[in-house]
Design a protein around this ligand. Sequence first.
Ligand code: GLU
Ligand code: MG
Length: 465
Amino acid sequence: MATTLAQTTNNVDVDAKRREIVAQAEASGLRLVRFLYCDNDGIIRGKSAGIRDLRDRLESGIGLTVAMQAFTMLDHLASVEGMGPVGEIRLVPDPSTFAIAPYAPHTATVLVDMQTLDGQPYAADGRAFLKRMIARAADDHDLSLIAAFEPEWSLAIKNGEQFTPIDDSGCFTSTGMNMAAPVIDDIVAALESQGMAVEQYYAELGWGQQELSIRHGPALQAADHHIMYRETVRGIALQHGRYASFAPKPWGDQAGNGCHLHFSGWSKDQRVNRFYDAGGEYNLSTLARQFMAGILDHLPALVALTCASVNSYRRLQPQMWASAYRAWGPDNREGALRVASPFKGHEAESTNVELKSSDSSANPYISLAGVMAAGLDGIERQLTLAPPVTVDPHTLDESERKKIGADRLPTSLEAAIANLKGDRLLLDAMGEGLATSYIAVKELDIDAFAAADEAFEFRQHIYKY
Ligand code: GLU
Ligand code: MG
């Protein structure tokens, strides 16, 4: 983690930034600006504004039917009161997220907040949920979360209706990196040009599987960047005639795609890593331990937000390094929470925790906000963290796992959603508008996929995420 962690989003002079965008649009010959949001089902959608009235559009936004937060990944409309054919919200850009899109001609993107017609945050907006949690952490606990989504994804070619991995290379192999090099090169350039600094890249275990991480940032920026990252990777891959998929399990016989979520809790001014204590076990402070205990306490329900698709639960299996148990440990890649070993000499900045039970079919605002709600609850209730697990929890026998609370995580989205419905803390943090629409959307997916075969599930997820 860096020593200086400047807050770069949401602290800008909004008017000045809007003027700057209009000037930049003119100077770069832009024709369209995409107003993008991520819906309850983790699908990135939006509408584009032309350039002529851009200044006004940036302020007043673009209208959207209220039905869209009840839409599923299959474009089915869930039945939610107030989310039918009558009524609109506004998609209002956060100008700090503006970026020229290197994967679409004469196009830029900007991420939006959903607002009611009278300019209030829309109750079913995931980004608003994250903003509320960020404000709560700062106001009540002098805490600012620094986070990074660490995505894995698969590169495929499409023959007819069939998606096939681009290679059958091995884990971290240079062969794998060479097979993907031209696409990766353009992706790296495109990410950097939009302000996302690339940290590491390698070919992952699965065929065609890639892992490319970008630098951490304050919570809202981390979630924003994950949206821009997904757009960029898929867009650039398409320019190469390739398909990038963030589906948690694109193929049954290959490694799953995680999107591990790294986080640490800093003071509000982002000067002190409050998760770090030189005298603590694995350098963890009491605050960090309480935050982690909160996550583990809520995890059976929280995974409904972080592993958010039917396909997610094919990935979340034992001995796949994906995490299948409610356990934590130092560099333990089979537990849900891994305490990442710090960088020698930089312990104070680099102490951070990784949630492995997380993938890119989640809406990153909702998943990160859920993690924060659970962690803050751990702090408020001063929860005690269970002992660390230093072996693969799957190798323990059932009674040992029971003793330390290392339960198996839900094995289906259906079970996770049932847990979420029983988790008052998470439901209250989401608020009724978001919780109701979110659950309705997921339940419609659960029914739709239960009625179809496996091939349909793979095909839909590989293509939509
Ligand atoms: N592919 C694994 C997952 O599904 C993660 C492998 C690793 O990076 O440890 O989470
Ligand atoms: Mg990996």
